[in-house]
Design a binder for this molecule. Structure first.
Ligand SMILES: [Zn+2]
Length: 448
């Protein structure tokens, strides 16, 4: 059975924000920021909110504002535009009238509003979750590694770098920033080529000195030694990976990964991969323009935190993979029924608050994260650290969910439908995690 082709724009929160702003202002809005997204406590705060004060909406209304100061809020202004006589004040009834109209109007949008609540100055909007959950999971499964691809910008970029002669690790960081930026540009539909380029940048750690003609400098921070607070000039990439490998052995964090009998050679290979991922993550987890501090001392808290960062992420991906494999093995043995087609899944069973927060922030939010990785409107900015933060937050959230909810349940008939819905959610999360890691060029490690 073929899945019906879904459009990624159907789960785009920016489109929803633009719809709300356009509806209330009566002016077509693009990239509007008057309506904000919430990230947590969604059940009490709603998924979106806005301040109705007309001051906040000034930028939307611009020169079309014909209010002459009578309307205090956008809701009042909405009524004023609709019916010129009713601009002498607004009571509770008219507030609810406007917001009900907004909700009704959202029935024609791909993301629909369920209800609103007034909280202090804020108008909180709550979404219809079930159709959005279904849409988000289906879209992820269909798009797979293309999930998150934005509408093409169609520009050609030429990227180069100037090596840092004193610090091999800094040069490594520049290489990483360049290659991640190239992948981000590709995802945004830009071409990376040295010919016919619209934009030319050189990644460099030096603010002084000239660069190639027609190229603009993109100054990046150096890799610093945390202990002495200056540029790390001795340690090489290879040595640092070896050091991290030893550190992982001592910290014994890898014990979290599915324990399995394996020989010393395979164990070393596994730990080296984990260490390489850890160092890559560490060098990219800070905004490119800032320096990265590395600590080559077991007592340095920062180093330990960073190590935990990357291996924690990889561990959670391995955990998701393990759950899916375990399910498949038990299914093959006949202990579980076959997984029904996605169209047969009852997604209303994903009714736990942390399930919704995972889906809303990390599956639906993935596209917004991709957009935040790159700014190229007035000034060019690459933000690989956004991917690192996204991954860390996702895995923290998933880890809590995993502790609270058993995904693979006993094979009782009444438990199977929920398990199936959760397996589809896991699959979508797995795609998101793999896509985000691929942008950083980190290959998920696994002992299996
Ligand atoms: Zn008005």
């Amino acid at each position: 059975m073929e899945l019906q082709m879904e459009n990624t724009s159907s789960i785009c929160t920016q489109t929803l924000i633009n719809n709300v702003a356009s509806y209330l202002s009566g002016i077509p809005c693009k990239n509007s920021t008057v309506v904000k997204l919430n990230n947590d406590n969604l059940a009490t705060n709603g998924e979106l909110y806005f301040l109705p004060s007309l001051k906040v909406w000034k930028s939307v209304l611009k020169d079309t504002d014909k209010c002459v100061g009578k309307c205090a809020t956008i809701l009042q202004h909405f009524l004023h535009v609709q019916d010129g006589e009713r601009n002498n004040g607004i009571d509770e009834d008219s507030v609810s009238q406007v917001l009900q109209l907004l909700i009704s109007s959202s029935r024609n949008w791909s993301i629909k509003i369920e209800k609103y609540l007034l909280k202090g100055e804020r108008v909180c909007l709550f979404l219809q979750r079930v159709p959005l959950i279904e849409n988000a999971i289906k879209t992820t499964l269909i798009c797979k590694h293309d999930f998150g691809r934005t509408s093409p910008i169609n520009k050609v970029f030429s990227l180069k770098l100037v090596e840092d002669k004193e610090s091999e690790l800094t040069t490594r960081r520049l290489h990483l920033i360049q290659s991640v930026t190239e992948r981000i540009l590709n995802l945004h539909g830009c071409k990376v080529s040295n010919q016919h380029s619209d934009y030319r940048f050189v990644f460099t750690s030096k603010s002084e000195g000239n660069v190639e003609e027609n190229y603009e400098k993109y100054i990046c921070g150096v890799v610093k030694n945390a202990e002495v607070n200056c540029k790390e000039t001795k340690l090489t990439w290879k040595e640092y990976v070896e050091y991290k490998t030893e550190e992982l052995k001592v910290l014994n964090e890898h014990k979290y990964f599915e324990a399995q009998e394996c020989d010393v050679k395979r164990e070393d290979y596994f730990l080296q991969n984990l260490a390489r991922a850890t160092v890559t993550f560490e060098l990219l987890s800070v905004k490119p323009s800032r320096p990265v501090f590395i600590g080559c001392n077991f007592a340095t808290d920062k180093a330990i935190t960073n190590t935990k960062g990357a291996s924690f992420i990889l561990y959670n991906i391995a955990r998701i993979t393990a759950i899916i494999e375990k399910y498949n093995n038990r299914r093959l043995k006949g202990e579980y029924p076959n997984l029904p087609h996605v169209n047969q899944i009852d997604f209303s069973l994903l009714n736990q608050e942390d399930e919704w927060e995972l889906i809303y922030n990390f599956i639906i939010g993935y596209q917004e994260m991709i957009k935040d990785c790159l700014k190229c409107e007035s000034i060019f900015q690459t933000n690989p650290q956004v991917i690192c933060i996204f991954l860390s937050k996702l895995c923290q959230k998933f880890s809590i969910y995993y502790r609270r909810s058993r995904i693979l349940t006993d094979a009782y008939d009444h438990l199977i439908p929920t398990m199936n819905a959760r397996l589809y959610m896991l699959h979508a999360l797995q795609i998101v995690l793999q896509n985000a890691l691929a942008l950083l060029d980190i290959v998920p490690v696994s002992r299996m």
